[in-house]
Design a protein around this ligand. Structure first.
Ligand code: 13P
Length: 251
């Protein structure tokens, strides 16, 4: 059985005070939830404050990115994965499409970041997904297969136990245009088959694959009904504690 994961990516939103307030409200609203893992990803400056306030609760903290470097050194502006662990966070989102689009993230840097994350004892939420042009030209599966092959290259079965995949079609992010549950299910099943091929059937069966792209309280349960959808990576609707809590409580 794959335990569902509902993760909120706060992107570049919220000062420290608002991040902590939202986290505290969320903690209160989801304190009884045991059916899924719950994760929030604040900006770097709020990581430690949020992690401190959520300590001992059922809500974990994730960073939104990290350096490709495993060791500390002269990399101005970068944050090493062990500094993220030091803040109390347990996860790092790697390869989000916004970083691929605006920050030159490649499958090679995604792979290096995953290795840094795992080496420092954290878990990675690895994002893949095609853009509109790629979907319309029938290239979606090829693009996702390439991102998986590059991003997960050389990872062992033990490494894969600490990886969550997030399928986020770029055309559905922040657009209000959710992939239909059928479209999402189809790609999730494809991703699972690729992992079975690159790793093993057992690994594929135990890997959680989240859907991301305009997930809201009103569409989460239809998505969660699908066999290969194991949770959600939520952007806009995770910024408000009440709305995110109702996504967590989708059942
Ligand atoms: P939205 O839920 O705002 O579409 O964002 C999805 C996303 O990018 C989560 O990482």
């Amino acid at each position: 059985m794959r335990k569902p994961v509902i993760a909120g990516n706060w992107k570049m939103h919220k000062f420290v005070g608002d991040s902590v307030d939202t986290a505290v409200d969320l903690k209160r609203s989801v304190s009884g939830a045991t059916h899924c893992e719950i994760i929030v990803a604040p900006v770097f400056t709020a990581l430690k404050s949020v992690a401190d306030r959520l300590e001992g609760s059922n809500v974990s903290v994730s960073a939104q990115d990290c350096s490709t470097e495993v060791d500390h050194g002269a990399r101005t502006g970068e944050i090493c994965a062990d500094m993220i662990a030091d803040s109390g966070a347990k996860y790092v989102i790697v390869g989000h499409s916004e970083r691929r689009q605006f920050n030159g993230e490649t499958d090679q840097s995604v792979n290096a970041k995953i290795r840094a994350v795992l080496q420092h004892g954290l878990r990675a939420i690895v994002c893949v997904g095609e853009d509109l042009r790629q979907r319309e030209s029938g290239d979606a599966e090829r693009v996702v297969a390439e991102q998986l092959a590059g991003g997960l290259a050389g990872l062992t079965l033990a490494d894969m136990e600490r990886i969550i995949i997030a399928y986020e079609p770029v055309w559905a992010i922040g657009t209000g245009k959710t992939a239909t549950p059928e479209q999402a299910q189809e790609m999730h099943a494809f991703i699972r088959r690729r992992i079975a091929g690159s790793h093993s059937r057992e690994c594929a069966d135990s890997t959680r694959i989240l859907y991301g792209g305009s997930v809201k309280p009103g569409n989460i349960s239809d998505l969660m009904d699908r066999e290969d959808i194991d949770g959600a990576l939520v952007g806009g609707a995770s910024l408000d504690a009440e709305s995110f809590a109702s996504i967590v409580n989708y059942k």
